[in-house]
Design a protein around this ligand. Structure first.
Ligand code: S3P
Length: 440
C-alpha cells in the first residue's frame, strides 16, 4: 500500500496514543501463566500483539474479548483465563510469532523446559534476527531449544523437559529488554535464584510488573535477582499509551512548529530517553505524571514550538531511545549544527537494518547522512525535497517517512505503508486529526 502524506499546516493538537506494545505483550503473557483470571483493558490489538495472543491461544490459553466500558478509552477488554506457570498444552501446529521479536524471545522463556514439544517461527525478517541471545542462556538453564545454524535463527524447536529449569547467574552481553525479560520469565520456574548482571539497563517493564505482583524480585544498579515462585496472581491492568508511537507526532509537532499535548501516555524513565535528548536539543517539552498502572508511571506530555540544535547521543543513552533513533535522525535534519549517534549497532538487527534504512530514507529526499558502523552523523539544517520513500517492511521506518512530510513542500509518498500497522493501527487517522492530509 502506497500512501501520500502532506502536512503543509503542520501537526499539532491533542493525541491519545495507541496502547503500549511492550506492555501489552508482557500483560498478555503474564496473565496467561497466572493461576487466576486477569483483566486487561485497552490492549494493543494489532500486528505483533495479535501474534502473541494467537501463540498463547495455541498453547491452550483462553481470552474472552469484550468492549471495555471504561470511560478513559474506547478500547477492548480481555479477560484472560490463566493456566498457571506449568499449564501450557502442546500446540498442534507451529507457533507463528509473525514479525515480532518480543513474541518469540519472551515466549521462549515461558515455554523452555516445559513437558511439551513446540516449534516457534515467524516471517522472513524474524527468521533473519538473532535468537541465540535467548537460546544460549535458556539452554544453560536446561531449556533444550534447537534452532537453525546451531540455535542462531528461528524456527526454534522446544524439546520436552520436566517443567523446572536450573538456576542461572548470567552476565548479559547485550543491552536487550527482550533477552532480560525472557530470562526473568524462565526464572519464575527455576530451582533456585536467577541472577542477571552485565548490560541489564534497558526498558524495565517486566521487573516493574513482577514487583507490582509482590514477587521476590530485586532490581538494582547493574543487577536483577529473582527467586522462583509457584504461582502468579491474577491482575487488572489498563494499558498506558505507547510513548514510542507518540514519539512520531512529538517529532512532527517539533518539525512543524505546532503545539501538541499527549494524554494517557506511559512515561517510564527507561522509555523517555527520546524526550531527554529532545530537551538537550532545546525542545520545550514537559512531562507531568498523573498516575501509576502496575508500577508504570503514566502522564501528560506537552510540546511547544522550539528551535532545535544538534546533540551527541552515546551508547549509555541508546537503550532508553532505541526505537526512536530513526526519529532522532529526522529531527537532526532540521536542527542547527551536528547530531551524532554512537553505540547503536543493535539497530542493524531490528525489523530491518535501521541504520541502512535511515540513510536510504534521507537520501531519497535529497538529504545527506554519514552512516557509521554504530550510528550516524547528520549536519543540519538541510532542505529536503518532496519524493517517495520505502518502508522496507519496517513499521518505524514507514512512519518516520510520513512524519518527514512536515518539513517538505508537496508531501511524501511512503511505499509499503501497511507495515505501520505492526504498532500503530490508527496512524493515518491520527495524522489527519492532527492537521495533515493523506490520499488513503
Ligand atoms: C522491546 C525491546 C527492544 C525494542 C522492541 C521492544 C521489548 O528490543 O527495540 O521494540 O518489548 O522488550 P531489544 O530488547 O532487542 O533491544
Amino acid at each position: 500500500m502506497n500512501i501520500r502524506f502532506s502536512a503543509d499546516k503542520g501537526l499539532g493538537g491533542v493525541l491519545i496514543p495507541p496502547p503500549d506494545k511492550s506492555l501489552t505483550h508482557r500483560a498478555l503473557m503474564l496473565a496467561s501463566v497466572s493461576s487466576e483470571n486477569s483483566e486487561i483493558y485497552n490492549p494493543l490489538e494489532t500486528g505483533d500483539c495479535i501474534s502473541t495472543k494467537s501463540c498463547l491461544e495455541s498453547l491452550g490459553v483462553r481470552f474472552l474479548d469484550e468492549k471495555s466500558a471504561l470511560e478513559k478509552n474506547s478500547g477492548k477488554k480481555y479477560t484472560v483465563q490463566g493456566v498457571g506457570l506449568h499449564g501450557f498444552i502442546e500446540p498442534k501446529s507451529i507457533l507463528n510469532a509473525g514479525n515480532s521479536g518480543t513474541t518469540i524471545r519472551l515466549l521462549s522463556g515461558l515455554i523452555a523446559g516445559l513437558p511439551i514439544y513446540a516449534v516457534m517461527s515467524g516471517d522472513d525478517s524474524l527468521c533473519r534476527r538473532p535468537m541465540d541471545r535467548v537460546v544460549k542462556p535458556l539452554n544453560l538453564m536446561g531449556g533444550k531449544i534447537v534452532g537453525r545454524e546451531n540455535g542462531k535463527f528461528a524456527p526454534l524447536t522446544f524439546l520436552p523437559g520436566d517443567g523446572l529449569l536450573n538456576p542461572l547467574n548470567y552476565e548479559l552481553p547485550v543491552s536487550s529488554a527482550q533477552v532480560k525479560s525472557s530470562l526473568l520469565f524462565a526464572g519464575l520456574r527455576s530451582r533456585g535464584t536467577m541472577v542477571i548482571t552485565g548490560k541489564v539497563h534497558s526498558r524495565d517493564h517486566t521487573e516493574r510488573m513482577l514487583k507490582a505482583f509482590g514477587l521476590p524480585i530485586e532490581a538494582g544498579e547493574g543487577i536483577v535477582k529473582l527467586e522462583p515462585v509457584f504461582e502468579l496472581p491474577g491482575f487488572k491492568f489498563l494499558v498506558p499509551g505507547d510513548i514510542s508511537s507518540a514519539a512520531f507526532f512529538i517529532a512532527g509537532s517539533l518539525l512543524s512548529g505546532r503545539e501538541l499535548t499527549v494524554k494517557y501516555c506511559g512515561i517510564n524513565p527507561t522509555r523517555t530517553g527520546f524526550i531527554r535528548i529532545l530537551k538537550r536539543m532545546n525542545a520545550d517539552i514537559t512531562i507531568e505524571e498523573t498516575g501509576i498502572e502496575l508500577g508504570e508511571p503514566v502522564g501528560i506530555i506537552k510540546v511547544k514550538p522550539s528551535s532545535l540544535t544538534g546533540t551527541v547521543i552515546n551508547s549509555v543513552e541508546v537503550p532508553d531511545c532505541i526505537d526512536e533513533i530513526p526519529l532522532i535522525a529526522a529531527l537532526a535534519l532540521c536542527a542547527e549544527g551536528t547530531t551524532m549517534v554512537r553505540g547503536a549497532e543493535e539497530l542493524k538487527i531490528k525489523e530491518t537494518d535501521r541504520l541502512h534504512a535511515i540513510s536510504v530514507l534521507i537520501e531519497s529526499l535529497g538529504g545527506t547522512v554519514e552512516i557509521l558502523n554504530d550510528g550516524f552523523i547528520i549536519e543540519g539544517p538541510q532542505t529536503l525535497s518532496s519524493g517517495t520513500v520505502k518502508s522496507m517492511g519496517d513499521h518505524r521506518i514507514a512512519m518516520s517517512g510520513a512524519i518527514l512530510s512536515t518539513c517538505v513542500k508537496g508531501g511524501i509518498t511512503v511505499e509499503g505503508f501497511d507495515a505501520a500497522s505492526i504498532s500503530y493501527p490508527n496512524f493515518i487517522e491520527h495524522f489527519s486529526t492532527l492537521g495533515g492530509s493523506t490520499d488513503a
